[in-house]
Design a protein around this ligand. Structure first.
Ligand SMILES: Nc1ncnc2c1ncn2[C@@H]1O[C@H](COP(=O)(O)OP(=O)(O)O)[C@@H](O)[C@H]1O
Ligand SMILES: [Mg+2]
Length: 381
């Protein structure tokens, strides 16, 4: 834990100094530009020879660059971006060797055959469908009142295509339809039922289940450091609802499927978020999401304080605990995750770890337990 705390402090330092990685140069440039103005507000500047000034700015620039590059290099997500992914606006799925452009309205209308309904939520009705003899998922808007959420989800789906998000195959705003890759194992809600099928029983081990928890936290980390900024997974007011937003892929990884409620936290402008306009209850949601003024004051959305992405961190232990389930070894994994999960449940949001910290700890625990299991097997032989 102590190295985690050190890493945390280091990360906070460069987060303050660098901001999100993609705006690093801009912020550095701004930092350099604002110095003369700051000088104007303070006492009259002393005359500094131009050469000394230049050397000082170069030293400052180097120090900032050092801190920021440090950040870029320890971030595993940035260094492992998949070069085999298709360019924006294209997709590849299953055995396809080439990337295809997203299907148009015309193609969706003529080439996709809708079959049976496989799921439904508040915003979308999802149908198993067929395109060029391949199974695909066609999502249709359920009612016009939630069209804004549907379109927000589509925008996010287009912008966040990656290993962590379901593959977009096409869309048609005029028809309120979205075509995505079909995942026959369905959402995480049916994980237990799936793992109980004789076909998958050999996969029902603590190793695979911890790997799933790692995948889940990797998605939260991806959202919190996304190319669009810090996004909060709002569509998660209870455990079953949270689980229904993620799909289990055939090779037992997790992808985010429902991106309809991903508001943006903007630290520099102080813009925080609220998940919906209704009162939330229960202990699955973070304490700062609950009405703070007691039973005597009726809930009023305007009075409800906003919050940040740390609400997602609060929920990690509950989701992970579900993913770990109750198989041989799950409790041993829970024991090793006890400290980090306790930190996730800090009442004060700022004291909770970042998703990246949680991910690092999960990875260390997985490595440690795998090594232990391997050496135990060797000893037995
Ligand atoms: N690509 C897919 N493959 C398989 N099942 C899916 C797929 N997309 C959605 N589903 C099923 O449909 C359900 C509802 O989808 P979701 O996008 O969460 O709708 P809503 O936005 O209305 O909540 C999911 O929980 C899942 O069971
Ligand atoms: Mg949903």
């Amino acid at each position: 834990m102590s190295t985690g705390v050190l890493e945390d402090a280091r990360r906070e330092r460069w987060r303050e100094k660098c901001g999100p990685g993609i705006s690093m140069r801009k912020e550095l440039a701004e930092a350099m530009e604002t110095r003369p103005q700051e000088g104007r507000k303070g006492p009259p500047p002393r005359d500094v020879p131009p050469v000394v000034g230049l050397l000082l700015s170069m030293a400052l620039m180097n120090a900032l660059l050092y801190l920021c590059l440090d950040r870029l290099f320890i971030s595993p997500r940035r260094s492992t971006e998949d070069p085999t992914r298709c360019p924006h606006g294209h997709f590849r799925m299953g055995p396809m060797s080439n990337c295809s452009p997203w299907l148009s309205c015309e193609q969706l209308r003529t080439e996709v055959r809708q079959m049976k309904r496989v799921g439904e939520g508040a915003v979308k009705r999802v149908f198993l469908s067929e395109w060029k003899e391949r199974k695909v998922a066609l999502s249709r808007l359920t009612r016009l009142e939630v069209r804004d959420d549907f379109l927000h989800g589509l925008r996010m789906l287009k912008s966040l295509q990656s290993e962590h998000v379901v593959t977009l195959l096409g869309y048609c705003e005029d028809d309120n339809s979205i075509l995505t890759e079909y995942h026959p194992l369905g959402s995480l809600s049916s994980l237990e039922a799936t793992l109980n099928l004789s076909k998958y029983r050999s996969t029902n081990t603590w190793q695979h289940r911890l790997q799933l928890a790692l995948g889940y936290v990797a998605i939260i980390d991806f959202l919190h450091r996304s190319p669009l900024g810090t996004l909060v997974m709002c569509d998660s007011s209870d455990l079953p609802k949270t689980l229904s937003q993620y799909l289990l892929t055939a090779n037992f990884s997790i992808v985010l499927n429902d991106l309809d409620a991903l508001p943006l936290v903007n630290r520099s402008t102080g813009a925080l978020v609220k998940c919906g306009h209704r009162e939330l209850r229960g202990d699955f949601v973070a304490p700062e999401q609950l009405w703070p003024y007691g039973e005597d004051v009726p809930f009023h959305d305007d009075l409800m304080p906003a919050y940040d992405e740390k609400i997602d961190i609060w929920k990690i232990p509950d989701v992970s605990s579900f993913l770990l389930g109750h198989v041989e070894g799950s409790d041993m994994v829970r024991f090793h995750l006890f400290d980090i999960h306790k930190a996730c449940k800090s009442q004060t949001p700022a004291e909770r770890p970042t998703a990246q910290d949680v991910l690092d700890t999960y990875q260390k625990v997985l490595n440690l337990l795998r090594d232990t299991a391997t050496s135990q097997t060797r000893e037995m032989l």
